[in-house]
Design a protein around this ligand. Structure first.
Ligand SMILES: [Zn+2]
Length: 453
């Protein structure tokens, strides 16, 4: 560690160029590899164009696993295998929303939330009551809500700098609005898409039902504005909703795992995780096809540069992050059953935008040790390594005290795309994707070599 400390001091005092030492030279080579390869980009295009809408349980979710399995075979993995597990699932075949007013009907841009139940054949038609918050339901009371469609229309607060905070502030309407509306006797719920973007894309996502389930859909922000304006002039305007969906009580699905064995401590595992499933309405380019191909490409880079990783590097392509998070739980169960030792888990699920940071969910001592690697990756865009979020898929590993990390990018455009048809391959920038691969590979190289003890 003394050597490392000396190196850090050298890095911190050298503002002109990277110091000429073995690690910074190797990291330069990692970036040369990342920045001259279209491997991950091409695999992402395949995923988005050949297997869009890959919600777990769908045929495309299995096709996506086949595509990634073939990709791993070319990338120098020692072991590739599927990890089977059973889970409840849900599928959506179609959904629509019509605004009916003054003898006319207008189709709105809508997608069902998961796991919305189906409407009866012929749909549901009713008057609409607009609210801005969950609390407002309480103020209005059952009498005002019963038999109606509740329309949650609070706008995203644009004053948050980090858009994940803006999302966290707005998402309660989608996550809990429908179940709360159901408790007050509503027959369905429509939610303004959780995005700051003003466009016609509906953004779906998960909603939780503890008790009674009612049909629940998201409409685009422009249509939410239109509906609100219509209701203020014509309070008797109605919506007609159709959802054709199905709960699947038990399906067999898989996580996909590829491994490069460690040379010195093969029993210690470093996991690189991301999720391959997407919502039914999207190609899932940034969420999270990008995470899958970026973390996978770390294997290719270690092989191409003959990096002798001490610990085993394991790429876990998780199934079902979006709806029930069953892949992360199934992975933890398998780890426990085999008694495997996990040294670290890193997740990428924030899109492939410009690199910004790594966050670490671990003890302050470990965070501090890992943060000391920042000067090595600072020149490539990592402004900070600090305490923070780990990830949804790797989250269950926290219960067995595994330090978690997350790769963080410039988040400004992420929620323009998130869970919508707008998250398509053309939104991927080759350079930003390649830089992400370089950053993740480099930080994993440093942690594997020097540890965090
Ligand atoms: Zn995601």
């Amino acid at each position: 560690m003394k050597f490392l400390y000396a190196l850090m001091m050298l890095l911190l005092t050298d503002t002109v160029a990277l110091p000429q030492n073995a690690d910074s030279l190797l990291i330069r080579k990692i970036f040369d590899q990342a920045l001259t390869s279209r491997n991950a980009y091409d695999h992402l295009e395949q995923l988005c164009t050949q297997a869009p809408g890959r919600l777990f349980g769908s045929p495309n979710s299995l096709l996506a696993l086949d595509l990634m399995k073939a990709a791993f075979e070319q990338m120098g993995a020692d072991t590739i295998y599927l990890q089977p597990f059973h889970t409840p699932a849900w599928k959506c075949d179609s959904s629509s929303v019509y605004l009916i007013n003054a003898g006319k009907q207008l189709s709105l841009h809508a997608d069902a939330l998961g796991p919305s139940p189906s409407t009866p054949a012929g749909g549901i038609e009713a008057e609409v009551i607009e609210v801005q918050s969950l609390d407002e339901l309480e103020t209005l009371g059952r009498k005002a809500i019963e038999g109606k469609i509740v329309f949650f229309n609070r706008k995203w607060d644009p004053t948050f700098i980090r858009t994940f905070e803006g999302y966290g502030d707005a998402v309660d309407q989608r996550a809990h609005g429908p179940e709360k509306a159901a408790a007050y006797g509503a027959i369905a719920a429509v939610v303004r898409s959780v995005t700051n973007s003003q466009d016609h894309f509906p953004h779906t996502g998960s909603t939780r039902f503890a008790g009674k389930k009612i049909p629940a859909l998201a409409i685009s922000t422009l249509d939410a504005d239109l509906l609100s304006a219509t209701l203020s002039n014509s309070p008797k305007a109605r919506l007609r909703l159709n959802v054709a969906s199905e709960d699947l009580p038990d399906i067999l699905t898989y996580n996909l795992i590829a491994e490069r064995k460690g040379r010195e401590k093969p029993e210690e595992i470093i996991v690189l995780g991301s999720h391959i499933d997407t919502w039914f309405n999207t190609a899932g380019a940034h969420d999270d096809g990008a995470g899958v191909v970026m973390t996978s490409d770390v294997l290719r880079i270690f092989s191409a540069l003959h990096i002798p990783n001490k610990r085993s590097l394991r790429i876990v392509v998780y199934m079902d992050e979006e709806l029930y998070q069953s892949g992360g739980r199934a992975y933890l169960e398998a780890v426990k059953a085999k008694g495997e030792k996990h040294y670290l888990a890193l997740e990428s699920d924030g899109g492939a935008f410009t690199p910004r940071m790594f966050t670490v969910d671990a003890s302050p001592e470990i965070v501090e040790k890992i943060a000391r690697f920042q000067p090595f990756v600072g020149p490539y865009g990592i402004e900070t390594i600090k305490a923070g979020w780990g990830g949804v898929d790797i989250g269950p590993l926290k219960t067995i005290q595994v330090p978690l990390m997350s790769y963080g990018t410039d988040s400004q455009r992420y929620f323009d795309l998130h869970h919508s048809a707008n998250d398509s391959f053309d939104k991927i920038n080759l350079r930003e994707l390649q830089l992400g691969i370089g950053c993740i590979s480099s930080v994993i190289y440093l942690i594997d070599k020097y540890g965090y003890e």
